[in-house]
Design a protein around this ligand. Structure first.
Ligand code: PMV
Length: 334
């Protein structure tokens, strides 16, 4: 039996624009998906995922997810989760040159599905790491990231960046620009996350931005402007530059700007906007949606307890928590 865990993430800056080659800075957070893998004697794949969604489900399928599980949670969430697990299994079989090998897989996750915290990337990364080790073919964190990116691209019809998977595999803060992925240093960033209890459809939201971009030059310019925010923000993260309270203020201002541009691209929602405003009014340095949007999570920067308290009293906010940077990416537990 092998057990691996991998962290979720928040975007300090740059989601959506990263799909078109602009830079982005996601940061891994200490909320993890843990995947346990045991090799089977036959070619079946059995998946137990009791808390993958907030409702929970347990499924068994043979060979592929074409056998749709009969469970009582929204079909798109189950299909999405099963799609990523299926793709992770395919990548692990391919990496270990073991086509058709079967597994018992258990998934436990502290990361809500489709909420912008990189749940699918964490499950895919931990799954590939545990499954390749179960086959006696362990991969480096970078190779796991690459395999996980291929798995995500397959599930998302080619519409994925390397951001989520690389961040989850290597941990910490990372900078992504096209195929160029690297770990970066950041000052201590006091992240607070607000979650509206909902989820967005990443594929649909990415397609919506693509359509806007091709129809309107100013939507195209908006994507470029998000890239400019990232280029400005990353200078403040430079470890050579002194980090002080003013740095957090400036990073927060850039986060606010980034949220405004995401809103203009149509990927925010009423509940995300209301959490963003609650954070700002509570004195956060800045706040923005994180991930694909449409519903899910916002991230704010606030070293004081004020934003956390305000979010807990904000209608539409289901859960609020402080998110510590996860310095480890994929972790081998057994
Ligand atoms: O919501 P998430 O965690 O799936 O993040 C999506 C981020 C996007 O930039 C919108 C898409 C991508 O693959 O980078």
């Amino acid at each position: 039996m092998t057990v691996s865990s991998a962290p979720g993430k928040v975007y300090l800056f740059g989601e959506h624009a990263v799909v078109y080659g602009e830079p982005a800075v996601p940061c891994a957070i200490e909320r993890r998906a843990t995947v346990t893998v045991e090799r089977r004697d036959d070619d079946h794949v059995r998946v137990r995922a009791s808390d993958l969604s907030l409702n929970g489900f347990t499924v068994e399928y043979a060979g592929s997810t074409d056998d749709r599980p009969d469970v009582d949670v929204p079909a798109p969430l189950v299909e999405a989760a099963m799609g990523y697990i299926d793709a992770a299994v395919e990548q692990a079989r391919d990496a270990a040159d073991a086509p058709g090998v079967g597994f018992d897989i258990t998934v436990e996750s502290e990361i809500p599905l489709g909420a912008g915290l990189g749940s699918s990337a964490a499950v895919t990364v931990a799954g590939i790491d545990a499954a390749t080790r179960a086959l006696g073919a362990p991969l480096s964190a970078e190779a796991v990231a690459d395999r996980a990116y291929r798995a995500e691209s397959m599930v998302q019809d080619g519409q994925a960046s390397r951001a989520d998977t690389f961040c989850s595999a290597v941990g910490g803060a990372v900078r992504i620009e096209g195929d160029d992925c690297r770990a970066i240093e950041t000052p201590n960033l006091p992240f607070v996350v607000g979650f509206d209890g909902g989820a967005g459809d990443t594929g649909e939201l990415v397609a919506g931005v693509r359509a806007l971009k091709s129809e309107y030059g100013f939507a195209d310019d908006t994507v470029t402007a998000i890239g400019d925010i990232v280029r400005t923000g990353e200078r403040l993260l430079d470890p050579e530059v002194d980090t002080d309270a003013d740095t957090l203020v400036e990073l927060g201002r850039l986060m606010d700007f980034n949220h405004g541009l995401l809103e203009a691209l149509g990927v925010s929602s009423r509940s995300l906007d209301s959490m963003v405003w609650a954070a700002r009014e509570a004195g956060a340095h800045g706040a923005k949606l994180t991930g694909a949007g449409g519903g899910g999570c916002i991230v704010a920067l606030d070293p004081t307890p004020e934003t956390l308290t305000a979010l807990r009293f904000t209608p539409g906010c289901d859960e609020a928590f402080r998110a510590e940077l996860a310095t480890d990416g994929v972790r081998r537990l057994e």
